[in-house]
Design a protein around this ligand. Structure first.
Ligand code: PRX
Length: 631
């Protein structure tokens, strides 16, 4: 660890730099921002287009930008079809392992067969181009087949993370008006079976739009199936309608590929809309350049496909690049804390991409678990989702990477579609900094007036340009998209990320955290509004507020304050009941750490809850300006 401890700058080894897909940063960066359209057009040439675009970037209706408009492409044509025609045909596309040790593998040819069959099943259920299909599944290969099957026929998938629960699922189905839901009987965690279908059934009671529910048999749970609405996938696949050939729909570059709901500052989650063309170009380019993918690599993004990281870097980016992807459905420390390290050794994983929370979680079991395994296949290590603290960075680098793998700390969001700030394998690293903007991106830190702040000063992170992977809108709410993210300074549009950050003297960017009512809990993005809504839906509660407070493992933990109805007793029992209630409405990840019963919540005179006051009080800090606080 010599170099790292002396200066806290890590210089990548020649072993990594000599074979890097991108050998130089500064010149190409300069070129990419001065010739943005040319740079992205060159990257787009790596994909197969049914018809070339008319314009690379259409700014005529900014900030409703269009990329590669007039072009015809289908992301599945690039992620699957073309590989079946080329040398990747028999290459492993997906290696899957379940928590109980079950293994399943799919070559690109096998993946194509599964996707075609699934697509034919969807067609037979009346799914058409543009329809939104909701998917609620464990991390099994069928989740990927379902996503690709939708995209193949031009339908739009809306994946709801399998760890979410009834209300979270129901509200997302409602917003999207989905007619079809794809789910499974259930999944497993730590040897315990989770009944997803039961949650889906409850959600369907609350969301009348679902007419068809396709259920994958996964964990053999005895589940309730409603005749004429619910069908087993294996029954449908046995029918003649589910042939193993299906033509890929020619979609427009700007046609919607998926909706992914994410929590924001206020109200209900926003359905961020991504497209077939720009998203394909952006995810595959970033995956190739940042993660340095080679044909012989085994790539493991240990996220859940149900979040943006999984969409972009388990499914689309890697498959477009013809990579072999690892998928593991289980807890990282089950049955023992060496499970991940065992997977890396068993399958010879070359690149691991995970979250600081996962690293901290495994770090607490000590070095002896990874030390049992040969991790020498690893070449690069990635991090995403929240700032990585230097202690976790150094452990990851030293213990897992044996001091030879660069830590690729990538900053981005559901809205950005792919990595926006990130080192390349050739970049000198500073633990805790996501380093420099990716090609084509100009990123600044500004004050409340919108002016750039000085070096090492904290401010708001903004992006000064459009990029192909950007979300195009909030589903059915263009105005909300414009209002939430875009503002104009000196006639130029800029994207406001909602994070605070600093740039140091070397131009390295250090992301500090959210400046809005979004919580990052174990890297998962949750909105205070949804947690509060779940609390208030309990009959004992009249008002509720949720805040995030620092937590050693989770980054942030949810702390809640509730006002209960007269006559109710705020005791330990009610506290536990409320925690469970939030868990069953929203999902376990949203379960509060703590519920405090209070007489009243601090509010502005116009009735807005002042969460920052609660936070300052909890942390024993100055409460700041209280002039707007009501009596
Ligand atoms: O606060 C930033 C944090 O995660 C937010 C985006 O969350 P989500 O849309 O769920 O996407 C997460 C995975 C791409 C950001 O606004 N964040 C993400 N990556 C980093 C990060 N914060 C610091 N460093 C990162 N590398």
């Amino acid at each position: 660890m010599t170099q790292l401890e002396q200066s806290d700058i890590f210089y990548p080894s020649s072993e990594v730099t000599e074979q890097a897909n991108v050998a130089e940063y500064e010149k190409l960066y300069q070129y990419s921002v001065e010739n943005r359209e040319a740079f992205w057009a060159e990257q787009a040439e790596n994909l197969n287009w049914f018809k070339k675009w008319d314009s690379v970037l259409d700014e005529s209706n900014a900030p409703m930008y269009k990329w590669f408009d007039g072009g015809e492409i289908n992301i599945v044509h690039n992620a699957v079809d073309r590989h079946v025609e080329n040398a990747n045909r028999n290459k492993m596309a997906i290696i899957w392992e379940g928590e109980n040790g079950e293994k399943r593998n799919f070559s690109y040819n096998g993946l194509n067969r599964e996707v075609c069959q699934f697509a034919n099943v969807l067609k037979s259920m009346g799914v058409e181009k543009g329809d939104v299909v909701t998917i609620y599944m464990p991390q099994i290969p069928e989740l990927i087949f379902a996503m690709l099957a939708c995209a193949k026929i031009g339908a739009v998938h809306s994946v709801v993370y399998g760890g979410f629960s009834t209300e979270a699922l129901a509200s997302r189905i409602d917003d999207a008006h989905s007619r079809v839901l794809i789910t499974a009987d259930g999944g497993s965690r730590r040897g315990k079976k989770i009944n997803l279908k039961a949650i889906a059934n409850d959600a369907m009671k609350r969301s009348p739009s679902i007419e068809v529910c396709i259920c994958v048999k996964n964990n053999e749970l005895d589940v309730e199936m409603e005749p004429s609405r619910d069908f087993w996938l294996h029954d449908l696949k046995a029918l003649p309608i589910a042939g193993s050939k299906c033509e890929t729909e020619k979609t427009g570059a700007e046609d919607p590929l998926f909706i992914l709901y994410t929590s924001g500052t206020t109200g209900s989650p926003k359905g961020m809309v991504h497209t077939h063309g720009g998203y394909a170009v952006y995810t595959s380019t970033t995956h190739r350049m940042i993660f340095d993918i080679k044909p012989q690599d085994r790539w493991w993004c240990a996220a859940d496909p149900g979040w943006i990281t999984g969409h972009s870097y388990i499914v689309y980016g890697p498959l477009i690049n013809g990579a072999t992807i690892m998928l593991y459905d289980g807890a990282p420390n089950y049955p023992y804390p060496n499970r991940w390290w065992q997977i890396i050794e068993n399958y010879g994983i070359n690149i691991l991409y995970t979250s600081p929370t996962a690293i901290r979680g495994l770090m607490r079991f000590g070095e002896r678990w990874p030390k049992k395994h040969d991790l020498s296949s690893l070449r690069l290590l990635g991090s995403v989702g929240e700032p990585i603290n230097p202690k976790a960075w150094k452990w990851y680098h030293h213990v897992i990477g044996n001091d030879k793998c660069p830590i690729i700390d990538t900053w981005w969001q559901t809205e950005t579609g792919g990595c926006m700030i990130s080192p390349l394998p050739i970049t000198p690293l500073k633990p805790g900094s996501a380093t420099k903007p990716f090609f084509g991106n100009e990123i600044s830190i500004v004050n409340d007036e919108g002016n750039e702040v000085g070096a090492n000063e904290e401010g708001k992170l903004i992006i000064k340009n459009p990029w192909p992977g950007m979300a195009r809108t909030v589903f059915k709410d263009e105005q909300r998209y414009k209002d939430l993210y875009w503002s104009q300074v000196d006639g130029k549009w800029r994207y406001l990320a909602g994070d605070s950050a600093k740039k140091d003297d070397d131009g390295y960017i250090w992301v500090i955290g959210r400046i809005d009512e979004v919580l990052k809990v174990s890297g998962y993005r949750l909105g205070t509004a949804e947690i509060e809504h779940a609390l208030v839906s309990h009959p004992a509660v009249t008002e509720a507020a949720a805040i995030g407070l620092p937590h050693e493992l989770k980054g942030n933990a949810i702390h809640t304050y509730v006002v209960i109805k007269e006559g109710m007793v705020g005791d330990k029992n009610l506290c536990n009941e409320l925690k469970e209630h939030v868990g069953s409405e929203m999902g376990k990840i949203a379960t509060p750490e703590d519920v405090q019963f209070v007489e009243a919540l601090p509010k502005t005179r116009s009735g807005k809850i002042m969460r920052r006051v609660l936070k300052a009080r909890a942390l024993g800090q100055d409460e700041g300006d209280l002039s707007t606080l009501e009596e």
